[in-house]
Design a protein around this ligand. Structure first.
Ligand code: PLP
Length: 446
């Protein structure tokens, strides 16, 4: 099929409905159409290079078009692209499940595959809900609700939205959702009235404990993004917060679900974020970085304790009746295996820790700009909160789209980053070189 660049632009506006996008505004501008990628760079149809400071929506690990990942994909496609896990198995899905069981913390060992982060969350919620019904449907008949943090984001399917707390995205769907109970998010920068980071942590934990004291009988599980609430604007949790959440879940018989979709696979400086607090959830969700940004794949991994509750004779109806057509897709699983092998061989996690320290030094220069209110970072996950007034922390109004202007100027200078409300977010390709991280900061600084 032949076409011109102009036609592509026109057809994009005419036929493609972009995610989270007001299309009326979108079609007034020229779209950025990416054609190629190499290493930390993306190239548009005119051949202009951009540093991928967003890791193509937080997924890219080793850089674009990595020769070893490319060969792994070719090798697999010569064998088979897909066959179903319903009633049969396949080689890459077995090998990947074994690997995931080995690299995830504690006794997480049973892998349920899907293809998006949202689906991995749906699965976790359904497993948690059914778990209590399977072990004793009389004793636990009330355990039907979920706890999540204010401003939580766990995806866009209805179950994931139900446990979400981002009003802008979720409000309209309220009548379709099941009930969740919100607890405060430890957003220290915006909780002056509570106090410093430690006081904010204690305050949030106290609220959780009070809730569990009265409600735990109704709670199936608590879902949390460990260490950082990404989509909420990179809200970093105080040290020890997650560990205490785990302790309270154990004390009040509530399943702990860690949503590692954004933070997993090295992003925060350990392979999984919950490792930093020696936390072992009952259920963990992963997606995004699992294939290094190559293929849509997600996994929900559970402990034996959770899995065993689903074993029984068919007439007991303990089966987990859930599955997606592309569950355990061979291409996606084989690339995930190679991605993890390369993370290990290239000692990427250690490298991320070193680069994160350097990144933090470069970023501190941004405090020279009066509009920078707060810089939050865990590993290579950064949020820069922009304020109109540093003292009052007032943000710019919707009529003053400063953050978006910064993003668009950065783009014109060859850097792709994005805003989340008043926060500029940087989620670079994990293999990005130190000098490229510095370049990202320099472009924003100018
Ligand atoms: N959970 C978290 C923490 C996320 O950040 C996201 C996406 O950004 C999701 C779930 C949903 O993943 P997906 O977009 O692959 O459905």
């Amino acid at each position: 099929m032949s076409y011109t660049n102009k036609q592509l632009e026109q057809w994009d506006k005419e036929y493609v409905w972009h995610p989270f996008t007001q299309m009326k505004s979108y079609i007034q501008n020229n779209p950025l159409i990416i054609e190629k990628g190499k290493g930390s760079y993306l190239f548009d149809i005119e051949g202009k290079a951009y540093l991928d400071g967003y890791a193509s929506l937080w997924v890219n690990v080793h850089g674009h078009s990595d020769p070893e990942l490319n060969s792994a994909l070719h090798e697999q496609i010569e064998k088979i692209a897909h066959s179903t896990l319903l009633g049969s198995a396949n080689v890459p899905s077995i090998l990947l499940a074994k690997k995931l069981a080995e690299i995830t913390p504690g006794n997480l060992s049973k892998v349920f595959y899907s293809d998006t982060g949202s689906a991995s969350v749906e699965i976790a919620l359904k497993i948690a809900y059914q778990y209590w019904q399977n072990i004793d449907s009389q004793k636990y008949k009330h355990k039907k609700k979920f706890i999540s943090l204010d401003e939580a984001y766990h995806g866009d399917t209805i179950g994931a939205v139900s446990v979400g707390g981002m009003d802008l995205f979720h409000r309209i769907f309220q009548p379709l959702l099941f009930e969740r109970i919100a607890i405060p998010s430890p957003y220290t920068y915006r909780m002056n009235e509570i106090g410093n980071e430690e006081e904010v942590k204690q305050y949030c934990l106290k609220r959780l404990e009070e809730l569990l004291q009265t409600e735990s009988e109704h709670i199936a599980g608590l879902i949390i993004e460990p260490l950082v609430q990404g989509a909420a604007g990179m809200i970093t949790q105080p040290h020890g917060f997650l560990k205490e959440v785990e302790r309270l879940c154990r004390a009040y018989d509530v399943l702990l679900i860690c949503d590692e979709v954004a933070v997993g696979f090295g992003r925060t400086g350990t392979l999984f974020a919950c490792e930093q607090e020696q936390v072992v959830p009952d259920i963990m969700c992963m997606a995004k970085g699992i294939t290094g940004g190559y293929m849509p794949l997600a996994a929900t991994i559970t402990s034996d304790k959770v899995y065993n509750a689903f074993l029984g004779n068919p007439e007991e109806h303990k089966t987990f009746y859930h599955g997606h057509t592309y569950t355990g897709n061979q291409l996606a699983c084989s690339i995930a295996i190679k991605n993890i092998e390369l993370i290990e061989q290239r000692e990427l996690v250690k490298d991320i820790q070193i680069k994160a320290k350097a990144f933090s030094q470069y970023l501190s220069k941004l405090y020279e700009l009066p509009i920078v209110g707060d810089i939050r970072q865990r590993g290579l996950m950064v949020g820069i909160e922009i304020v109109k007034n540093r003292k009052s922390k007032e943000t710019f109004s919707v009529h003053e789209p400063i953050v978006n202007q910064i993003i668009m100027i950065a783009r014109s200078k060859g850097l792709i980053i994005r805003e989340l409300g008043p926060v500029i977010t940087m989620m670079p390709v994990l293999a990005m070189k130190q000098e490229e991280l510095q370049q990202m900061v320099d472009i924003v600084y100018q």
